[in-house]
Design a protein around this ligand. Structure first.
Ligand SMILES: Cc1ncc(COP(=O)(O)O)c(C=O)c1O
Length: 415
């Protein structure tokens, strides 16, 4: 580690004592040990002056595809742009509808609306926070009609795709979702933005998040398990024709140069971001393993606070071990969420709420006509969920501070 930078970091930590004892995340701790390696990579790129796509992007695409177990990886400017392009590439647009959950980051539904289609929400499974296969089937059976031009809603919108989200680093129940989707002939796009390297069991064996649907995508937003120095994303698929089209769309739909049969955009991944990600990628497995170990420590220290406090589930632990949940977030549930959060803030512990308002209740989706109470599990999750600090460099002392403060809160009956 570079001495002066390390000293400055430690003095920052010292100065912040009494204010923040445990930050929600601290990217500098990950960066400092890699500093020399990453800066030498940036220097080499600056010497070359090749910044758009190129060899670093191609190498990253191959390595992510290999990690996930797909034949193709296509780097892009963000997870959001990845999803947008997949929807565009599947020809989804006005008059169409896409099924997803109301309990996720905004971009999932935002992209559906941006291509002119309608997001239709399906409630979550309260244990995994992911799309409930039972609710999905119920919607398709009770609220849709099969027509000669495909499956339609009662008001005539063509149902075009299903987007499950592997939220917080845990895979959705893909076997059941794929079975329902296959029955109705619907493509499944996996939002694996938060789940790079997460595994789940399927009837064809253990698979990686993103590898089962027609396409999947990841976000390399800086705080993700694998984070860039800015925005970046990756699409993965086994469909080489789809991959080829995504590559064309990523660059203004241009093929060959300056000839455009379709309208794409500038959705390219920068060589600089790809280089940073290549430097970090070899550490991803160890980082996610460490997150899982921290999760086990939280779990052990807090287990007896149930039912006041509920811990995240690990349904794939037996089949997938620690890769069954990569703990992008460690999200607890409690009816006393807001009081607990305020109390943790007072004692200097950072937390975050993912997500405080379900998507069907957002102002921008008012026109969709949903009512409060329509998705009870998503709404309950939005009022009860609290994410605790979890990052690989969290110290033992910090873990104890977090668990100690939570125990004190419940024992002192702040609730
Ligand atoms: C579930 C989910 N989907 C999509 C995205 C969008 O990714 P990006 O921020 O890279 O655009 C995110 C980002 O946080 C996300 O958490």
């Amino acid at each position: 580690m570079h001495r002066s930078v390390a000293a400055r970091y430690l003095s920052d930590v010292e100065n912040s004592k009494g204010v923040t004892k445990v930050p929600f995340f601290d990217l500098r701790r990950q960066y400092l040990p890699l500093r020399e390696d990453i800066l030498s990579g940036i220097a080499a790129l600056c010497d070359q002056q090749n910044f758009i796509l190129g060899t670093q992007v191609e190498e990253l695409e191959q390595k992510i595809a290999a990690l996930v177990g797909t034949t193709c990886g296509i780097g892009t400017s963000s997870g959001t742009d990845a999803q947008l392009m997949i929807l565009m590439s599947l020809g989804i647009g006005p008059g169409d509808a896409v099924l997803t959950t109301p309990f996720t980051f905004f971009s999932t539904a935002g992209c559906i609306a941006r291509v002119g289609a309608t997001p239709i929400f399906i409630d979550i499974d309260p244990n995994t926070f992911a799309l409930s296969p039972a609710r999905l089937e119920e919607f398709l059976v009770k609220r849709c009609v099969s027509t000669s031009t495909g499956l339609k809603t009662n008001d005539g919108k063509r149902i075009c795709a299903v987007i499950p989200i592997h939220l917080f680093g845990l895979g959705a129940d893909m076997d059941s979702i794929m079975e329902v989707a296959a029955h109705w002939n619907l493509p499944v796009i996996e939002d694996a933005a938060q789940a790079i390297g997460a595994r789940y069991p399927t009837r064809d064996g253990v698979r990686s998040a993103g590898a089962v649907g027609v396409a999947g995508f990841f976000s390399f937003y800086p705080t993700k398990n694998l984070g860039a120095f800015g925005d970046a994303g990756m699409m993965v698929t086994n469909d080489s024709a789809l991959a080829q089209n995504l590559r064309v769309l990523r660059n203004h739909g241009m093929d060959p140069k300056y000839y455009h049969r379709q309208i794409g955009g500038n959705f390219r991944l920068d060589a600089l971001q790809a280089m940073v990600l290549l430097k970090k990628l070899p550490h991803l497995g160890a980082w996610s393993q460490r997150r899982w170990e921290i999760a086990q420590e939280y779990r052990e220290a807090l287990a007896d606070l149930s039912p006041d406090l509920l811990l995240p589930v690990e349904p794939y632990r037996e089949s997938c071990g620690s890769a069954g949940h990569i703990f992008h977030q460690f999200v607890i549930r409690t009816k006393h969420r807001d009081a607990l959060r305020a109390n943790l803030h007072e004692v200097g512990i950072g937390t975050e709420i993912y997500y405080p308002l379900a998507l069907h209740q957002q102002d921008c989706f008012r026109d969709l006509g949903y009512r409060k109470g329509e998705f009870p599990e998503a709404e309950r999750a939005a009022s009860e969920c609290l994410a605790l600090p979890i990052f690989p460099e969290l110290t033992q002392e910090e873990i104890s501070l977090v668990t100690g403060a939570i125990r004190t809160f419940f024992e002192k009956k702040h609730v």
